[in-house]
Design a protein around this ligand. Structure first.
Ligand code: MN
Length: 130
C-alpha cells in the first residue's frame, strides 16, 4: 500500500486535527506531537518518512527542532517541512538555513495540502501515482 508515515509537530489543536484528518483520508499514517521535545523523541522512536513542523510553539520553536534533528545522525536525513504562517520574503531563507527541506503556508488549504505534502515524499510513498 502506498502510504507514508508522517510525524506532525504542532501546538495548535485545530491545525493538528485538520492535518491529521487530511493525511489519514488519503491513507497516510500519522503521529502527533504537541511540542518540540515530544516531537524529537517521537521521531527517534518512529523514524517517520516525513516530519511536518510548526515554527511558532511555546518552549522549543520549530527552528530549534530543525537544528536538533539535523544534528542527530539517525534523524538528519528525514524530510522536514515547516508549516508556517510566516511565508514572507526572507523567511524562506531562514527556514531553509535552519535545515528544513521546504515549507507549507498556513492557513492550511484543504484542497492543496495533500499535494503540498506529497511533493516532499518519494513517488512510491504518495497516495496517487503521478
Ligand atoms: Mn504554533
Amino acid at each position: 500500500m502506498k502510504v507514508a508515515r508522517i510525524l506532525i509537530i504542532e501546538d495548535n489543536e485545530a491545525n493538528m486535527q485538520l492535518m491529521v484528518y487530511l493525511l489519514r483520508a488519503f491513507g497516510h499514517a500519522t503521529f502527533e506531537a504537541q511540542d518540540g521535545e515530544i516531537g524529537i523523541s517521537t521521531a527517534r522512536q518512529e523514524l517517520p518518512d516525513l516530519i511536518l513542523c510548526d515554527l511558532q510553539m511555546p518552549g522549543m520553536d520549530g527552528y530549534e527542532v530543525a537544528q536538533r534533528l539535523r544534528l542527530d545522525p539517525g534523524l538528519k536525513t528525514i524530510s522536514l517541512v515547516a508549516v508556517t504562517a510566516y511565508a514572507m520574503a526572507g523567511d524562506r531563507e531562514k527556514v531553509l538555513a535552519a535545515g528544513f527541506n521546504g515549507y507549507i503556508s498556513k492557513p492550511i488549504n484543504p484542497e492543496l495540502f495533500l499535494e503540498q505534502v506529497e511533493a516532499f515524499l518519494p513517488s512510491e510513498k504518495r497516495s496517487r501515482s503521478s
